[in-house]
Design a protein around this ligand. Structure first.
Ligand SMILES: [Mn+2]
Length: 306
């Protein structure tokens, strides 16, 4: 596969749709091949390119919505790549600055990781006041709460992503959590900003999913959506840093995304991301599941509401 001098697959467009250029684009895809703080399984740096390649095989007709994804204008931005030996905080600051430049004009900017530590700079880039996230709701699909104060010696770890956002005042709704430490539980309870829908409760307690869906349909104000692929059941996406069993099902994930993106158009979606996909040898399931999920997110966000 040909690569340009920056190493990104500049000749491959997301969904194989023609490149509209940044100024005309309604959807901007930003590849962020970063795995600087990954703790266990590695390989998320290869995620964005693999997902963009897989996206060229995704059906563009959304049969559920009677909607043609080809009717939108896309721009696939050059990847923002870490330099050799670049410190994580320096790279993440470059992501914030670079993504802010791609924002505007009502364009939906979607970051593709890379690891979950990318979400705070993506939120800062998208929000009007990056030091004060009061008034912002972050909807997080994730196996982990990511509420640790620090992890493996760094506050920029993927395991701390949500904590950094709540510290600046963002409200968080975490969905699909099934691995959480006691200090994270206690922190979550101590701040009124965190609401956690555990995967087990969603699977086993009647009414929990309906409560969640109603809450998502009624959210208002600014909303950022972050999807850690490990929130889904690893049968669909085993290639991820920490594959936790017992995740969200495919149709359940789509019900959740539909509630926030299609059935609630009074919220203001400021941005989204999809992180933590790791391609594996001899299978395309990881990157194809991620690409299909992105296509559904875009269709739900953009299809006309009858
Ligand atoms: Mn995460």
């Amino acid at each position: 596969m040909a690569t340009n001098q920056t190493g990104s697959m500049g000749n491959i467009d997301f969904l194989d749709c023609p490149d509209a250029g940044i100024s005309d684009a309604e959807i901007c895809i930003v590849p962020l091949p970063f795995e600087g703080t990954v703790s266990y399984g590695s390989g998320t740096a290869a995620g964005p390119d693999s997902i963009i390649v897989a996206s060229t095989q995704v059906e563009l007709w959304d049969d559920e919505l009677n909607y043609d994804l080809e009717s939108l204008r896309y721009f696939t931005a050059p990847a923002i790549r870490p330099e050799p030996n670049e410190a994580a905080d320096a790279y993440l600051k470059r992501v914030e600055v670079g993504v802010r430049e791609l924002s505007g004009n009502g364009r939906l900017v979607i970051g593709i990781g890379g690891e979950h530590s990318l979400t705070p700079p993506l939120v800062y880039a998208a929000y009007r006041n990056n030091n004060d996230l009061n008034g912002l709701t972050v909807v997080q699909i994730d196996a982990h709460a990511d509420l640790r104060e620090t992890y493996e010696g760094t506050p920029q770890s993927h395991a701390c992503a949500t904590r950094r956002l709540t510290e600046r005042g963002a409200r968080v709704i975490a969905i699909g959590v099934r691995a959480i430490s006691q200090p994270e539980c206690e922190y979550g309870k101590s701040v009124s900003l965190v609401e956690i829908y555990r995967a087990q409760a969603l699977a086993e307690k009647s009414g929990v999913e309906q409560t969640l869906l109603s809450q998502l349909r009624e959210l208002h104000g600014d909303v950022y959506l972050t999807v850690d692929i490990d929130g889904l059941d690893p049968s669909m996406c085993p290639g991820t840093g920490t594959p936790e069993p017992g995740g969200l099902g495919w149709w359940q994930t789509l019900r959740i995304l539909r509630a926030i993106l299609l059935e609630n158009r009074s919220r203001n979606l400021i941005g989204c991301d999809l992180v933590e996909t790791v391609p594996q040898p001899n299978t395309q399931i990881n990157e194809f599941t991620a690409a299909r999920l992105l296509a559904k997110m875009i269709a739900y966000a953009k299809a006309p509401v009858e």
